[in-house]
Design a protein around this ligand. Structure first.
Ligand code: TNX
Length: 572
């Protein structure tokens, strides 16, 4: 199916009217708001959000300015009787209840009267290869959805629960920004009418969080997962180990976490995730259709492991803990068989904890392990990953090593002319693209950004947006591109507010590159659509960089639970 250009016409306010249903129960805050709005005659108002105002831009949008759905205290959510679909419906209700104050009952059968309902329909399952029964759903694929909004109902149809989940994320963005409020708000909960047909350009859309340079609590990681899900990103790569700290418990090598985890950049205490902590992250992510990609960085970036187990060092002497920000000095001994026991034990335990298909072995900046010794190590590590049943991912420094079936290279270069990577792709590798000078979220926005790096240049929102993952690396065909990922290294990042400040608003830019058809790529349109997210983040208490490139609404208020980076820069 060819992708159609985005259309987002302004609804005609004179035709947008429709009746607000009267609540059948004791009126609540939202009902009162709807009644008040009706009394004031603003049924005639167009919904505040236009159907095309979605980030990432949907593949196809057909607005129906004559139709507006208004959520009331009587709205119910109906869903196909299927555990995964039910989970999405409950997620939708959880998203809408705090701000609306509506009960929004969820019923997992489809026989209820459709009027006034939001219906999530699972049209088929890829496992059964059942023929799709509803409209265009046959073309929706593994993550696509169709959303129909009429005056009387809202329908999301998808072939998979992931597709339903993405339909729900779109729905959320189509409601007024007040929907992000943690407490009831009196507004008219209008949804713009029309149809959206949507599915992603790339199957892998991700972000990376470095929890090794600074350690972040489980709750912080869960919140980052929420941010990803909002923008239809489906992978969180966790950089779990580095010189400054080892962050995941490994039963067979317990000192990795207890000793190797007790440091971080600067003077902080560090920390590590227990296996239960990690399982919590896995389950929060999977409920949001996000796959965790654990990285154990090898053979370099391993000082913390050597502190815990000096037998892994070439000289068998424990180095002191490292809390600086240099790279490239440490390595596990590639000439000692015990190192491969360590690699197999660690990767085996991490694989067993991880339901997703990927296992990332790093491979970057191992400056002390060169040439054939390096490629020999990588080739053994690639086999060890395969022995765990996972597919190997590594930074593009793995490229010179022999191809291994299914392997994926994560390209983080700044010069797109990279014959070594292109050659690895010719030998069968697929690519995740993370150009340092476009997708690195630890780069400063501008010279005066108080945290972040600039070795790959300054990355303002436009620079994060204006490139094409499908054609970026010379001589790598789009078909070899699995997707895009935005890494956040945390040498200078010490709090959740810092994380959010660097993520937003660049993460949605990367998300659009991963999801939207190339025909939708349009900086002018993107910055307009993105502007509407400022009030959403403010209302939800999420920190973001108020980049001057984005025409934020004038009424953007400082949120109550505002958490700015230490030297308050969010107003830049
Ligand atoms: C390079 S990107 C690194 C990291 C640093 C980062 C800082 C990559 C694979 N390695 O070790 O944290 O630069 O931007």
């Amino acid at each position: 199916m060819s992708s159609l250009p985005i259309s987002s016409p302004t609804p005609d306010p004179t035709t947008a009217a429709h009746p607000v249903a009267l609540p059948a129960h004791e009126p609540e805050a939202g009902d009162l708001a709807a009644l008040a709005a009706r009394a004031a005659g603003d049924d005639l108002l167009a919904p505040p959000v236009r159907l095309g105002d979605v980030v990432p831009a949907p593949e196809r949008v057909e607005a129906d300015p004559g139709a507006t759905f208004v959520l009331t205290g009587d709205t119910a959510i109906r869903v196909t009787a299927h555990p995964g679909a039910r989970e999405v419906a409950d997620h939708l209700a959880d998203l809408l209840r705090p701000a609306t104050g509506f009960p929004l009952p969820v019923a997992d059968n489809l026989v209820v009267d459709p009027a006034g309902t939001m219906t999530l329909t699972l049209a088929g399952t890829p496992a059964s290869q059942a023929p799709a029964t509803i409209g265009e759903s046959a073309a929706l694929g593994a993550e696509g959805y169709r959303l129909d909004v009429t005056a009387s109902e809202v329908r999301v149809v998808a072939d998979t629960t992931a597709g339903l989940f993405y339909g729900v994320q779109t729905l959320r963005q189509l409601l007024p920004a007040a929907v992000e409020s943690p407490t009831p708000v009196a507004v008219r909960w209008a949804l713009p009418g029309g149809t959206i047909l949507d599915r992603p350009r790339f199957p892998y859309r991700g972000a990376m969080l470095d929890v090794a340079r600074h350690f972040f609590a489980v709750e912080d990681v869960l919140r980052v997962i929420d941010h990803l899900a909002r923008y239809k990103l489906n992978h969180l790569h966790l950089h779990l180990t580095d010189d400054q700290g080892w962050r995941i418990a490994v039963d067979s090598w317990p000192r990795l976490a207890t000793v190797g985890g007790a440091s971080e950049v600067g003077d902080g205490p560090g920390g590590h995730y227990t296996k239960d902590d990690y399982r919590r992250m896995v389950s929060h992510a999977s409920a949001r259709h996000v796959t965790l990609v654990p990285e154990v960085d090898l053979p370099g970036h391993t000082n913390a492991a050597l502190v815990a187990y000096p037998e892994l060092a070439a000289d068998k002497v424990a180095p002191p803990p490292y809390t600086g920000t240099e790279v490239g000095f440490s390595y596990v001994d590639p000439g000692d068989e015990r190192t491969y026991d360590f690699v197999a034990d660690v990767l085996g335990e991490v694989a067993a904890l991880t339901p997703g298909p990927w296992l990332h072995i790093g491979g970057d900046e191992a400056f002390k392990v060169k040439g054939e010794v390096y490629t020999g190590f990588v080739e053994r590590a690639q086999q060890i990953v395969a022995d765990t049943g996972k597919t190997v991912v590594g930074w593009h420094q793995l490229a010179p090593a022999a191809h291994f079936d299914g392997r994926v290279l994560q390209w983080w270069g700044t010069d797109a002319d990279d014959p070594t990577t292109a050659d690895a792709v010719r030998r069968g590798a697929r690519l995740i693209v993370s150009p340092g000078n476009h997708a690195y979220l630890d780069m400063k926005y501008a010279q005066d950004t108080p945290i972040g790096h600039d070795w790959a240049g300054l990355i303002d929102v436009r620079r994060a947006y204006d490139w094409d993952p499908g054609t970026h690396v010379t001589d790598v065909p789009t078909a070899a591109v699995l997707g895009v990922e935005a890494p956040l290294w945390t040498e200078s990042v010490t709090s959740l507010a810092d994380i959010e400040f660097l993520l937003l608003p660049r993460l949605p830019a990367i998300a659009e590159l991963g999801w939207s058809p190339r025909t939708a790529h349009d900086w002018a349109g993107f910055r307009e659509r993105l502007a509407g997210h400022g009030p959403r983040w403010s209302t939800a208490g999420i920190t973001f960089h108020r980049s001057a490139e984005i025409p934020w609404p004038a009424a953007l208020t400082v949120p109550r639970q505002h958490r700015a980076p230490q030297n308050d820069t969010t107003t830049h």
